[in-house]
Design a protein around this ligand. Structure first.
Ligand code: ADP
Ligand code: ADP
Length: 225
């Protein structure tokens, strides 16, 4: 587990300010949601935490260490995207195991972790299938599983439910909530959907045009007109 702290983060793309003066701290084990309309800067913040973008200015700390000073291999951050990119030629089990194999973890431990994660996401009966033999919801569960099987310190999710139909979205959202209650991985979750934010968040960061409008717990934020 780890806390994540942003201090006065700015990101400017060729004269366009995508995010401005972003400061907040996600404590160890909490689930925070970045909420706001398309273009308000949610993904830019998430991608900055992930190390996929470099802030134009400001400081980012993970586990109280300045991120620039953490070697890439030690940045123990896992990200799940809207478009779950599974390896099409690999089975579900192989998809889940891939990141662990790359880290040269013992085969027996890989097996155990893959099965545990598969059970917790109710995909244990799908382990021998290929991605194209799965529904969209099942594929997204595999994508979630592939990220958490590594047991990252920080879990980042960018609109992970938006490609699912309404029923699956509700189910997967509930699944995610249970998963977090069980694992307590520090999580930052991006969405434009208020219901998702309300159900999942310990704290909601409301963004508008690249700036923080407010930070609060779901009750307080929702009470705003
Ligand atoms: P959101 O995730 O809330 O939809 P983004 O973080 O994707 O918002 O984008 C925030 C703003 O930054 C938008 O105005 C977007 O057009 C701009 N932006 C994002 N990425 C880039 C980029 N690579 N180049 C130029 N502008 C970008
Ligand atoms: P989202 O809203 O889910 O972030 P977008 O379609 O806004 O998705 O962005 C997808 C990708 O395009 C991101 O990598 C983002 O950085 C980039 N992007 C977004 N806006 C711009 C832009 N105005 N110019 C160049 N790249 C952009």
């Amino acid at each position: 587990m780890a806390n994540v702290r942003l201090e006065k983060i700015n990101r400017i793309y060729n004269n366009v300010t995508a995010i401005e003066d972003i400061s907040f701290e996600v404590p160890d084990g909490e689930f925070w949601v970045l909420l706001g309309p398309s273009g308000c800067g949610k993904s830019t913040i998430l991608r900055t935490i992930a190390g996929l973008e470099t802030a134009t200015s400001g400081n980012l700390y993970i586990n109280n260490r300045l991120v620039n000073e953490i070697p890439a291999r030690q940045r123990d951050v896992a990200m799940v995207f809207q478009n779950y990119a599974l390896y099409p030629h690999m089975s579900v089990a192989e998809n889940l195991a891939f990141g662990l194999k790359m880290r040269q973890i013992e085969p027996q431990i890989i097996q155990e972790r893959v099965h545990k994660v598969a059970r917790s996401l109710s995909i244990d009966r799908l382990l021998n299938r290929k991605p194209k033999q799965l529904s969209g919801g099942q594929q997204q569960r595999v994508a979630l599983g592939r990220a958490i099987v590594r047991e990252p310190q920080v879990f980042l999710l960018d609109e992970p439910l938006s490609n699912l139909d309404a029923q699956l979205r509700d189910d997967t959202r509930a699944e995610l909530k249970k998963l977090h209650q069980r694992l307590n991985i520090t999580t930052v979750y991006v969405t434009h959907d208020q219901t998702e934010a309300m159900t999942l968040a310990d704290k909601i960061v409301v963004l508008d045009q690249g700036k923080i409008q407010q930070i609060g717990d779901p009750q307080t934020v929702y009470a705003q007109p």
